[in-house]
Write a protein that binds this ligand. Structure first.
Ligand SMILES: [Zn+2]
Length: 195
């Protein structure tokens, strides 16, 4: 699968993602998850000055509008046809016979969307490396067999923080690592694609 095909797949179809434990877990289409994040109680839910929930998640709405505009513009430039529906545009790109230039451009464009949606829908989820704890050697603990290791690498703003600010803890033995012991974190993070 090319990166464009893979991005489109994640954006418009149910798919599976790595669960960080060496297995896979089902995931809704990213555009559906973005739509869900518009609801005020999801996706970080912005609050007004008075503390009341805003009617929509403004960040999610802005991202959805950006994606729709960028998709429409790219599609008009490429085909000359105006389609005002992101889903339909992506379906068209998926089956179109694209030039190398366009397929490269659209792959980059859709990668940005995938990354932005993923940041928005999972702002502060810790990452669970599929590695044994460097201190106690366990990978799972408890009756639920939860992963021992949690790496906290996303700030409260939903952005990836500087590696020096990452922390890792083992929920089984209680060991903790901070930026001072980046070696252990880096080793545990190596199982994560792209890092
Ligand atoms: Zn441990």
């Amino acid at each position: 699968m090319t990166s464009l095909a893979s991005n489109i797949h994640q954006l418009i179809r149910p798919h599976v993602i790595e669960d960080g434990l060496g297995g896979y877990t089902p995931n809704e289409p990213l555009l559906v998850q973005l739509q869900d994040a518009l609801k005020p109680n999801n996706g970080g839910g912005a609050t007004s000055a008075g503390g009341a929930k805003l009617p929509v998640n403004a960040t999610a709405l802005a991202l959805q509008q950006d994606i729709a505009r960028e998709a429409t513009q790219a599609n008009v430039t490429m085909t000359g046809y105006l389609i005002n529906n992101t889903d339909q545009i992506l379906h068209a790109w998926d089956t179109a016979d694209l030039t190398l230039e366009w397929s490269t451009y659209l792959a980059t464009l859709t990668t940005t969307w995938v990354n932005k949606i993923q940041k928005l829908i999972s702002p502060a989820k810790p990452y669970h490396p599929s590695r044994p704890c460097p201190a106690c050697g366990q990978r799972f603990y408890g009756e639920e067999r939860n992963p021992c290791l949690s790496v906290h690498w996303i700030g409260t703003d939903g952005q990836v923080t500087h590696p020096e600010d990452w922390t890792m803890e083992c929920e089984s033995c209680g060991a903790e690592w901070t930026g001072d012991s980046l070696g252990a974190i880096a080793t545990a993070m190596k199982s994560r694609e792209g890092l």
